[in-house]
Design a protein around this ligand. Structure first.
Ligand SMILES: [Zn+2]
Length: 257
């Protein structure tokens, strides 16, 4: 059995404006694998569906904006050029119209791209959100493998792009903090500027270990025992410090009971 998936484009008043083929599935003998869509089939259908829908939307947007918004005169075309837009469901290639600036504008003679002005960022916000989320939880390499396996994001994704996108999001979030940024640094009054803060101290490594010591020769292990805790702190500039205590026999602990 053959199953065809088509997109039917209708105008607002219900008139059919076009029918486009999205995918064709061949259904064989029913098996657990054939009962549901495979990941590859689902990715292919979503990618083709999205490309079909967006091509129509770009056409409508271009038709609306080709006339000058100030004087209404039809724009003079310079040509077309492709714009690549990365999304969760694949890379879209959008055909953008380039127009000459209208005579009524002070910058006459220049050209501009309709879609380039609409899409200054070439990665969909939802894809950027997923990239950023997983990059903050996993390594760049594991995030790349995860996204590549699950989503039809194409071959233009790589570790360097993930790292650059994460950096841009981090810079933008830092900028959005503005005055609140100072509040994330503890014990520093707001009057102290960030660039006047001292360099951080060398790293300090702390190790703690605890054990229970039981008296020998008793019937149960619930009597005559104590807990020993020992620790060591080491910095790059010193040989370290040691500590050890038995809290059952600690003077402060006994006094508080
Ligand atoms: Zn004009």
């Amino acid at each position: 059995m053959k199953v065809k998936i088509q997109v039917i484009i209708e105008s607002d008043d219900g008139r059919v404006q076009g029918v486009e083929k999205v995918a064709c599935l061949m259904l064989g003998t029913l098996t657990p694998e054939k009962l549901v869509l495979s990941l590859a089939e689902a990715r292919g259908i979503l990618q083709a569906l999205q490309q079909s829908m967006r091509a129509r939307q770009v056409g409508d947007y271009t038709a609306e904006r080709i006339n000058c918004p100030c004087c209404g005169k039809r724009g003079v075309q310079k040509g077309h050029h492709p714009i690549l837009f990365r999304t969760l469901f694949g890379k879209l290639t959008l055909n953008s119209l380039r127009l000459h600036q209208c005579d009524c504008q002070p910058t006459t003679g220049k050209t501009f791209s309709l879609l380039a002005e609409l899409l200054p960022q070439r990665t969909a916000p939802e894809l950027l959100y997923l990239e950023t989320k997983w990059c903050s939880l996993l390594s760049f390499g594991m995030t790349f493998d995860l996204l590549q396996e699950v989503l039809p994001i194409g071959d233009d994704l790589n570790v360097a792009r993930l790292r650059n996108n994460l950096h841009k999001v981090a810079v933008r979030m830092e900028a959005e903090l503005e005055d609140e940024r100072q509040q994330f640094v503890e014990n520093v009054p707001n009057s102290v500027p960030m660039n006047s803060m001292p360099d951080p101290a060398p790293p300090l490594a702390v190790a703690l270990y605890g054990a229970y010591v039981h008296a020998a020769g008793l019937e149960t292990r619930k009597e005559n025992w104590f807990e020993v805790i020992v620790g060591k702190s080491i910095t790059a500039a010193s040989e370290g410090r040691y500590l050890a205590f038995v809290h059952n026999y600690d003077d402060w602990n006994r006094a508080s009971q």
